[in-house]
Design a protein around this ligand. Structure first.
Ligand SMILES: Nc1nc2c(ncn2[C@@H]2O[C@H](COP(=O)(O)OP(=O)(O)OP(=O)(O)O)[C@@H](O)[C@H]2O)c(=O)[nH]1
Length: 374
């Protein structure tokens, strides 16, 4: 009888599902935001350029930043040997392009403030530590460069057409960024919940782990102590399980452990909780009296004996079980020792049987059940 460990979201076998999801490359997350941000910010910039009667160079630059750059950035990242690093560089280019428009728009107040803010928000939104601070020198450099090209022309007044042209980027981009943040928060909540569930579970069988189960067992004992119901413990141990591992391999052994855990779950139902207490040893704290627990134990014994395994059709398993009801004031430790000693009795008497403390297991439920089956 080896001692080790052993109810979160499970797959069909009862074992818990993993927390992780496939990693999405940064450039795929950024791409739609870049199209949206660059595309929509072209609107107020275009209106300002039209009001300034800007030259062909400025319009060519607008065409590049608003329409071409998002796709060029995606292409650069996709073909890069280090897409993550290339995309981070692309993000810094985004900020420099955005800042360049500030002097080219002659510091038109509303679109300049909007574009600089959104470029920074986009960097923060990536969640990459320090990225927005690293974008500042490039933005400052772009403002100086654009200022030198325009002679630092300064016309900060914003006309009504420009204000109207700012509305789509202001509204749509803000909502899109917020939705993305919302999605991330939801995912963090989900993963925290899953981690919490996994920390309370035996990964192989999906049963409670020891810490979780002992809390439940203490609760069952407390109910019994305060006269709110009976408490009976069932210890279950696979017979000669080492031979299963030795002869059919560890994977077959794991199949057996999962199947026994499923039998325990089904036989116990809502009358208690089970734990994989050791390698091939299980325990269940039940809110039932001893005769009912003996019935449950007997059904576990019988159902395990009926198990069959696709990968090992000839394999048959049996379990020995010890059943002990709690007496008033009993500690969990003493309760478990009583059930454990009954389990050892069942082993000593030849295995594949149910025993209670201080009783001859041959006189116990198992033999009555066998007689009835004959
Ligand atoms: N496949 C598998 N085997 C395990 C796991 N944990 C423990 N074991 C094995 O369980 C076996 C327990 O063997 P023993 O304690 O000798 O008990 P037994 O062979 O069942 O003998 P009895 O209890 O006396 O009937 C050992 O071979 C362990 O390696 C596990 O998670 N998976």
């Amino acid at each position: 009888m080896a001692r080790a460990n052993g109810n979160p979201p499970h797959d069909d076998s009862g074992a818990p599902r993993s927390v992780s999801r496939p990693h999405r490359p940064l450039y795929r997350t950024v791409y739609p935001f870049r199209i949206l941000g660059m595309g929509l910010s072209s609107l107020p910039v275009g209106v300002v350029l039209a009001q300034q009667q800007a030259g062909a160079m400025a319009w060519a630059l607008l065409l590049f930043s608003g329409l071409l750059w998002p796709h060029l950035a995606l292409w650069r990242s996709r073909r890069s040997r280090n897409p993550e690093r290339t995309e981070r560089a692309n993000l810094l280019v985004d900020s420099a392009i955005a800042a360049l428009w500030v002097p080219l728009m002659h510091f038109n107040l509303l679109p300049s403030a909007l574009i600089l803010t959104l470029a920074t928000v986009d960097k923060i939104n990536t969640g990459i530590r320090g990225l927005w601070q690293r974008s500042l020198p490039g933005m400052a450099g772009a403002i100086v460069l654009g200022g030198l090209l325009t002679g630092f022309a300064f016309a900060p007044e914003t006309s009504m057409p420009v204000i109207i042209a700012c509305m789509p980027i202001l509204l749509i981009h803000t909502v899109a960024v917020s939705l993305n943040g919302y999605r991330l928060v939801r995912r963090v909540h989900y993963q925290n919940r899953r981690l919490d569930e996994l920390s309370r579970t035996d990964p192989l069988t999906g049963l409670d782990n020891r810490r979780q189960w002992e809390e439940h067992a203490q609760h069952v004992l407390e109910r019994q102590r305060t006269g709110r119901g009976p408490a009976t413990l069932v210890m279950v141990d696979l017979d000669s399980f080492k031979a299963v591992n030795d002869e059919r391999g560890h994977a077959a052994g794991d199949d057996v452990l999962r199947s026994v855990a499923a039998v325990l779950r089904e036989c116990i139902g809502d009358r208690g909780r089970a734990v994989r207490y050791g390698g091939d040893e299980f325990a269940a704290a039940l809110e039932v009296d001893e005769p009912q627990a003996l019935e449950i134990a007997e059904s576990i014994r019988r159902r395990v004996g009926e198990l069959s395994f696709v990968a090992a059709p000839a394999l048959r398993c049996t379990v020995s079980l010890g059943v002990a009801s709690a007496s008033p004031g009993m500690s969990l430790r003493r309760w478990m020792a009583a059930a454990d000693s009954a389990l050892y009795d069942a082993k000593d008497q030849g295995r594949d049987r149910v025993a209670t403390p201080g009783r001859n297991p041959h006189a116990a439920a198992t033999d009555r059940a066998r007689a009835a089956a004959r």
